[in-house]
Design a protein around this ligand. Sequence first.
Ligand code: FUB
Ligand code: ZN
Length: 657
Amino acid sequence: MALVGGIPGILAAGSGSLCGMSPFSRHMSSLPLSHIRLTDPFWSRWQRTMVQNGLLAQYDQLVKTDRLKNFERVAAGETGGFEGYRFNDSDVYKWLEACAYSFGNGSLEPSADLKTKVDHTIGVVACAQMPDGYLNTFFQLMHPELRWRNLSMMHEMYCGGHLIEGGVAFFDATGDRRLLDVAIKFADHVDSRFGPGKRRSYCGHEEIELALLKLAKATGERKYRDLALWMVEERGKRPSPYLDEMIDEESIKLAPYMEKMLCKDGEYVGEYLQDHAPIREHTEVVGHAVRAMYLYIAAAELAMDMDDAALSDALTRTWRNLTHRRMYVTGGIGPSGDNEGFTFDYDLPNLSAYAETCASIGLVFWAHKMLEATGESEYADTMERALYNGALAGISLDTSRFFYDNPLESRGRHARSPWFGCACCPPNIARLIGNVGHYAVGVKDRCLLIHIPVGFEATMELGGVKTKVRAVSDYPWSGDFTLYIDPERPVDGEVRFRIPDWADDVETDIPGLEREAEFESGYIVVRKRWEPGDIAKFKIEMKPRWVAANPRVKDDLGRVCLAFGPLVYAAEEHDLGFEPQLFAADLDIDVAVESATMLEGIQALAVSGVRDGLEFADQLYAEVDDVQIQEAAAKFIPYYAWNNRGANHMQVWIRRL
Ligand code: FUB
Ligand code: ZN
């Protein structure tokens, strides 16, 4: 953490990452979607484009790839002929969830066309549900007699979890409860079969746990929370319920690759799906990255209302392992395509990085939960890192093309695609973009917390007084942030403004402040009586900075990465005119910041250095003394914006002179 404004003690409240701290408790929550509207040029452009373009393009894919048809055919009473992967229903639900946020976030009035498509989709989903609440078009069409036969691999609860999240989101955003009612019926069905005194099992792909927790909040029904807790706690205990599935012929037929995913040397380990140990014994992130994130999101949410140091310690420990040893500088996680997940400490290859878009999105969600549970800024630091880099790189600037995996180097072959056979990432990034206000700003009683200084307009209760808040910002391009706070009458309250871990200096200008701002948990804390029309200004110093990796990350040895504010930068062949792999940066020469009109108004960074010579054109090897290098300039762009001008060479970790 850097020093801030010459004021000592900013690290005072310490980091929540040390074990043995007090158990988690709820330090804040988010504003309802309809109470906050993002207004800065950066996020309002993403959200608008999503409504205008991205959501409609995704709907076309849902139709073209028969994802919707699977529902329509079930609704029509047909059997056989399911199209696609067994978990394709989840893409429809996630798209609906993304639409819900876009309808509620005030970025742009959705077109009648989009509304009709959403309406149709909800109607078809509802019609496909069975009278007992079951809903999964793969099983309904192909194997109605094998429902719930193979939980480790078949994703029935995973799909149901996304249905629940979609239902809750729609209800919250629009008051429309049609999808919520379907979700409740499904959750009741699951609750009637699984749980204490019923069948002991849980889904191989975590998701329903966090969804049930959202449902419990939305409905006030504690039974959903209890079921989620039971699932989280049963996972990893022995004997694993999946052992029975591995000797059940019907279950094996459904997923013949099950044993390969779950066993090592012929013994069940379950690491792939975090069934290796009970949650309180976890020390490292293992297995499939998205699954791990979704489990820890639910566990952190649960830990907030349980006086349970063992659980919060396990989460803190595992978090530390992830962010100190297994996370890319971009907030990408899960380096390996073999298990779509984690390998071992410091294994962070660049060219072959898997770093699934969904995994970074999951990291944003988990970081946000850890932030809510501790109030410590280090979680917001990681949330911001994953949001602006690893996650956002997953989508093209026009919101219509996607990366599934996010390498930190390209030799010209990697390109975004309009859709995938396994299309978890596109609707996932759509739902994240639609709901950014949820992550950027927090509230608690008398307190407004700015985790990420986005521009926004919001209404909130500050110490029980209705208050309008407006934040003007051009983040991530500028660190200037002005808050206009307008309570209906004077009210004692506090504003907490996160000091980013990358910032050297944050200045404040708050007229009428009688005592100096304080520092707690990585936030500047301004306590005062807020009067109608008050203004508070914050200025985060932003300048380009070179970042080095721990030398244990062998792939980054002798290399540096360029960052500016929350953004990690990359060099693309398009701007250099040659492959960035040939370039070596001179760190003694200042990096210049350049406003650019390209790529939706990014700021580019101009770097000086050298490039390898061209004498090798016709030969493979030469004497070192014969090799020339020449001075060169290289323009860097934000990593999230790479590959928007066609496939080409790209590099994040650049050689240094
Ligand atoms: O299995 C469902 C989703 O598809 C996972 O979250 C992704 O990693 C991909 O495998
Ligand atoms: Zn994905």
